[in-house]
Design a protein around this ligand. Structure first.
Ligand code: NAP
Length: 494
């Protein structure tokens, strides 16, 4: 049976790269297994090296080898849709050959002239590819033309705008799909379901009932083999400008008119517009940076291979963000992300206000307990689900209260079934659905916000290293909340 099959020739730039082999081919195979891709698709892989179609098919075969077939011969019939063209993206004449190859595959696989171009290579080439696709006439006249583009989208507002100007010489905004793989995660997509599908949540989702919101993206590993890239980027650019800002926008946005990509975008853009742009002194007060030191069995960031021994690059960021709008006025959004932290996880903690009067704290009851805040925790990864912490009576004689969790965690079977982020995002791009991709306006607001911090940090020497591996970052991150009389919901017992 063929379900809503997507028909297209996918031209992949960077086809021999790490991302393509680890994520993209396995995701396409899963779409093929689910019949979202059928007989009417082909992938034309490109990079400079000279390899035959057969060798490329072998590369794809290897990259999907750990996925169990759901029908005999499935992997073999899948790899027969893959072809390779040696191509240097900087050479205009190579695009002419590429165009002929695409046209031939369109005929062979009857793809209704739909063309999807996927840029999975170093970002300095993104603009060149887009411009050449138009100049050398690689766009389809009869089917769709879409561009999927990997991160990073610029390294500040000016470079991001330059890139966007280059892309939009060839593609309209509604043809561009900017990947932020956090938007492909099950529980990030669940934020909208939780908020807009539940009266008991959305009716409390404002500054009358919410005290603060905390977003943590914690990584256990250090920079590993990405040191060269990371040392030029840092946590602010690598994590905050994109993933953190996208999550925060979904938490802060108003209810869209309908759950369509254009309506969701309107609300996310509005939310980011109301994010307070800090002055340099506000930025200094509300942002904390960190860099990891050596640990028992691990190297300090500055001693990692490929890292400048005097590097001032941050491997940790914590911050307090404020939205100046009616819903969120006075509610801080605390965010933090870092490498070499205690554990690998992503979670969101929504901390509600305590009851105005704590009737259980009556001195005659000889109780020194006090009510705890209700907390809605959204577990994004590795576990998926949510928990609502409520106060309940402790069992037994007397009357004390204790916090208990009402929780839902996805079973491992359901998690196995759930599509990987790249599978969802590939599918959405083939369907032309922008909901889980970042628009230019969102990216522009996020860069404008982050640029203020970056400029400040670039002129001030940090006191690095300042946190030990296996911790939750520098002490200043805890102090950021302590100053407001608050603390992180997830913290280590020191
Ligand atoms: N890897 C990840 O986990 C990951 C995660 C998130 C985002 N990303 C993003 O995904 C993109 C791809 O990353 P990657 O790790 O897959 O990169 P990669 O392993 O370096 O692969 C890039 C490919 O580009 C090809 N290439 C280089 N120069 C070329 C040229 N002038 N013309 C044509 N091809 C050229 C290279 O093949 P030849 O030598 O044969 O030309 C190489 O195979 C980047 O934007 C990255 O930021 C990657």
């Amino acid at each position: 049976m063929v379900l809503a099959e997507n028909k297209a020739v996918i031209t992949l730039f960077g086809a021999a790269g790490d991302l393509a082999q680890r994520k993209l081919y396995p995701s396409l195979f899963k779409l093929y297994q689910k019949h979202y891709l059928g007989e009417h698709f082909a992938l034309l892989g490109t990079s400079r090296r000279q390899i035959s179609d057969e060798d490329f098919q072998e590369m794809v075969r290897q990259s999907i080898s750990s996925i169990k077939e759901t029908a005999d011969g499935q992997a073999e019939s899948f790899v027969k849709h893959f072809f390779f063209q040696s191509h240097d993206v900087t050479k205009p004449e190579h695009y002419v050959v590429l165009g002929k190859r695409i046209a031939k595959l369109e005929e062979q696989f009857d793809t209704e002239h739909n063309r999807l171009f996927y840029m999975s290579m170093a970002p300095q080439f993104f603009g060149t590819i887009a411009i050449n696709l138009k100049k050398q006439n690689l766009l389809s006249d009869n089917g769709f033309n879409r561009l999927v583009i990997e991160k990073p989208f610029g390294r500040d507002f000016d470079s991001a705008k330059k890139l966007n100007d280059e892309l939009t010489q060839t593609f309209d905004e509604n043809q561009i799909f900017r990947i932020d793989h956090y938007l492909g995660k099950e529980m990030i997509q669940n934020i909208e379901a939780l908020r807009f599908g539940n009266t008991i949540i959305e009716s409390l989702w404002n500054n009358r009932y919410i005290d603060n919101i905390q977003v943590t993206l914690s990584e256990k590993l250090g920079v590993e083999e990405r040191a060269g890239y990371y040392d030029q980027s840092g946590a602010l650019r690598d994590m905050v400008q994109n993933h953190v800002m996208q999550i925060v926008a979904q938490l802060a946005m108003e209810q869209p008119v309908a759950f369509t990509d254009s309506d969701v975008r309107v609300e996310k853009i509005k939310a980011l517009r109301s994010l307070r742009l800090y002055t340099p002194s506000e930025a200094a007060a509300n942002f904390v940076r960190g860099q990891y030191d050596a640990g028992d069995n691990s190297t300090a960031y500055r001693k990692e291979d490929g890292v400048d021994p005097h590097s001032a690059t941050e491997t940790f960021v914590a911050a307090k963000l404020l939205f100046d709008n009616y819903r969120w006025s006075g509610v801080p959004f605390y965010i933090r992300t870092g490498k070499k932290m205690a554990d690998k996880f992503t979670r969101i903690d929504v901390v509600f206000r305590k009851p105005l009067i704590d009737i259980f704290a009556n001195p005659r009851m000889k109780s020194d307990q006090s009510l705890k805040s209700n907390v809605l925790t959204i577990y994004v990864e590795p576990k998926s689900g949510f928990a609502l912490r409520v106060n309940a009576k402790s069992a037994g004689q007397g009357f004390t209260t204790t916090p208990v969790d009402l929780s839902f965690l996805q079973s491992s079977a359901a998690k196995e079934e759930a599509p990987e982020p790249y599978e969802r995002l590939f599918h959405d791009a083939l369907e032309g659905n922008h909901t889980n991709f970042a628009s230019w306006a969102e990216i522009a607001y996020a860069w404008k916000f982050v640029d203020v911090i970056r400029k400040l940090w670039d002129i001030e020497d940090p006191q690095f290293p300042n946190y030990v591996p296996g911790s939750m970052g520098p002490a200043a991150s805890d102090e950021l909340l302590a100053r407001d009389g608050r603390q992180w919901v997830y913290r280590l017992n020191r």
